[in-house]
Design a protein around this ligand. Structure first.
Ligand code: ATP
Ligand code: MG
Ligand code: FE
Length: 336
């Protein structure tokens, strides 16, 4: 089964051809990061317009790179939520048009279920059940993946997502957008024990997260440096912030894995490419005899290959969407 997958939920226009959910025949990503850097974040209207300009070209490239044609494709997979409505609509309209023109089935995919499914691509032996820590720009969830396409959320952030916290802190310490990779890099030169930033626990919700506290603590630290006319040690602040976030993510994931008897743990979403998180999770999982899986960085941040992987398992279950498929900006995990 070959699926042409399309992703346009945020600021990446992406298309991919994926065979049997795990074999990536092509993975084309046109990122708009440079464009949005000017404004310090994603501007929705600009994102939508850019998707329209790029989408046909990106799809053509994906087909060509996969050495295939639309006739040879079995289904069209597309992200229909969550995300920016105008951005999502471009991919959804395109997928519907291709589905109508070629008479091939249309399979709508949840963007975050796509992030989770990125783990299937390079880990051919990975099968549910497993526990997945989802850490992206807009989401932070602990999820039990019980079966392909069957999810139970056991924990979530109460405020900022992990990636959002990285981006906001990076902006505050002058690293610019997008902040995650920059904090990751500069932290390697810093002392992660230089400043003790808070780790938030939430009463009666052992698997929930909160990152607004650590973000405020960083801002307070910066302000107090300015008041005292001390130089801000950017690398130390970054490393200490990153350490506080990683600490909470790892501790809570391991606790959940033990509580729910999960011997397999996956990480998904843009922050899953964070080197400190990967290292700390590796050490903790080894200690607890848990198998750890994570995608290569290119499959962690937004891409269409992960949508193709998720679409394949939906397709196999019989999920088909009609030409009335709409973009759903606040689509819930597990919603069809
Ligand atoms: P969502 O998937 O929740 O809709 P999104 O698609 O914008 O949000 P992703 O593409 O999954 O998010 O990930 C982007 C986020 O990942 C950004 O917040 C970025 O800063 C963060 N990120 C990327 N690389 C790293 C890294 N090495 N360390 C930390 N954060 C990172
Ligand atoms: Mg993006
Ligand atoms: Fe994403």
């Amino acid at each position: 089964i070959k699926i042409l997958a399309i992703e346009s939920s945020c600021d990446e226009t992406a298309a991919s051809v994926v065979k049997n959910g795990r074999e990536v025949l092509s993975n084309v990503i046109s990122s708009q990061i440079a464009l949005h850097t000017l404004y310090g974040g994603v501007v929705p209207e600009i994102a939508s317009r850019k998707h329209i300009e790029k989408i046909n070209q990106v799809i053509e490239e994906a087909l060509k790179e996969a050495n295939t044609t639309l006739e040879d494709i079995d289904a069209i997979g597309v992200t229909y939520g969550p995300g920016l409505v105008g951005a999502l609509l471009v991919g959804v309209a395109e997928a519907k048009a291709i589905s109508y023109a070629t008479n091939k089935p249309l399979v709508g995919v949840h963007h975050i279920e796509g992030h989770v499914s990125a783990n299937y691509i390079e880990n051919k032996e990975l099968e549910p059940p497993f526990l997945c820590l989802i850490v992206s720009g807009g989401h932070t969830h602990l999820v039990l993946v019980k079966e392909y396409g069957e999810y139970e959320i056991i924990g979530r952030t109460r405020d900022d997502a992990a990636g959002e916290a990285f981006d906001k802190v990076a902006r505050a310490i002058g690293l610019g957008y997008p902040g995650g990779p920059k904090i990751d890099k500069v932290s390697k030169e810093g002392n992660k024990h230089a400043i003790e930033f808070p780790r938030a626990n939430i009463d009666d919700a052992p698997y929930d997260f909160s990152f607004s506290g650590v973000k405020s603590a960083v801002l307070n630290h910066i302000n107090s440096c300015k008041m005292k006319e001390e130089e801000i040690q950017v690398a130390d602040v970054a490393a200490s912030f990153q350490n506080a976030v990683v600490d909470v993510l790892v501790t809570r994931t391991i606790k959940a894995a033990k509580e729910f008897g999960m011997h397999k743990v996956c990480i998904a979403g843009g922050v899953a490419s964070n080197s400190a998180l990967r290292q700390a999770m590796k050490e903790a999982c080894t200690k607890e005899e848990i198998s750890l899986f994570y995608p290569s960085p290119i499959f962690c941040t937004d891409n269409a290959a992960m949508i193709g992987a998720a679409a394949y398992y939906e397709y196999k279950k019989g999920t088909r969407h009609g030409l009335d498929l709409n973009a759903v900006p606040n689509l819930k995990i597990g919603q069809r």
